[in-house]
Design a protein around this ligand. Structure first.
Ligand code: RET
Length: 241
């Protein structure tokens, strides 16, 4: 059973994500430029998948107890799918080459899978998994801050500015997740389970719905100056890795 206050937060998460799905879907219909369709669909997927996950969590789907701690399997499944979409979108805006994409996706998946392992594994080992997840996150942040901009082939100044804004929001907000995780019931237990859920709902909504709104604005701005959007297959294949 999911406790009442927690359920309220989870429904708020559902509402925030559902609202965050409106702008990209709207633009999909309103902006007929074919080169931006994929972008709008990816963005709608980020908040859309999260809305479904939050709806499921609010209904108690996939929540199990591990050693007396709640494990929201839908949370980690959602994080896995949507963080891959988020870093994939950053890569798309940068146009940084296939190898950069492969590194981003592997590091991102490692962060979430190690984080999941850190909830389910027995006691000392799970903190090792957490530490490795933290290292993978540092690698991911380094890619986004150093490597991807170096390899980027932006479609123009609007895309470059959009990338920088989205990347900064992403790196700063994501850095708070391991902190909350560590303070929460799976870590040292300073935060009550309901508080942890509230904080993650807040972070998730800003990291996803906020990201999507900024990205849609960026696309509209790029479109209005005729900048176009870099298509994945136009990105130069970087060889010097
Ligand atoms: C974990 C624990 C292991 C170490 C690290 C973590 C980071 C998780 C992150 C999650 C981001 C989620 C987002 C969800 C959007 O809805 C798994 C907590 C580093 C960065 C953006």
């Amino acid at each position: 059973m999911v406790e009442t206050t927690t359920t309220t937060w989870l429904w708020l998460g559902f509402a925030g994500m559902a609202l965050g799905t409106v702008p990209p879907l709207w633009q999909l219909v309103a902006d007929r430029a074919p080169e931006r369709r994929g972008h709008y669909l990816a963005l709608a997927g980020i908040t859309g998948v999260a809305a479904v996950a939050y709806g499921g969590m609010a209904l108690g789907v996939g929540t199990v107890a591990v050693d007396g701690r709640p494990l929201y399997t839908l949370r980690y499944a959602d994080w896995l799918v949507t963080t891959l979409l988020l870093v994939g979108y950053l890569w798309l805006v940068a146009g940084a080459g296939r190898r950069a994409l492969a590194r981003l996706l592997v590091l991102d998946a490692a962060v979430i899978l190690l984080g999941t392992a850190a909830v389910v594994l027995p006691d000392p080992v799970r903190f090792v998994a957490f530490a490795l997840g933290g290292l993978a996150f540092l690698g991911l942040a380094r890619e986004l801050v150093v490597t991807v901009p170096r390899r980027a082939a932006f479609a123009g100044p609007v895309a470059a500015a959009t990338f920088e804004k989205l990347r900064n929001v992403t790196v700063v907000l994501w850095a708070l997740y391991p902190v909350v995780w560590l303070l929460g019931p799976a870590g040292v237990g300073v935060l009550l389970p309901a508080t942890e859920v509230l904080v993650f709902v807040y972070l998730d909504v800003v990291a996803k719905a906020g990201f999507v709104v900024l990205a849609v604005n960026g696309l509209a701005a790029a479109g209005s100056v005729g900048e176009g959007a870099p298509a994945a297959d136009e990105a130069p294949a970087s060889t010097a890795d």
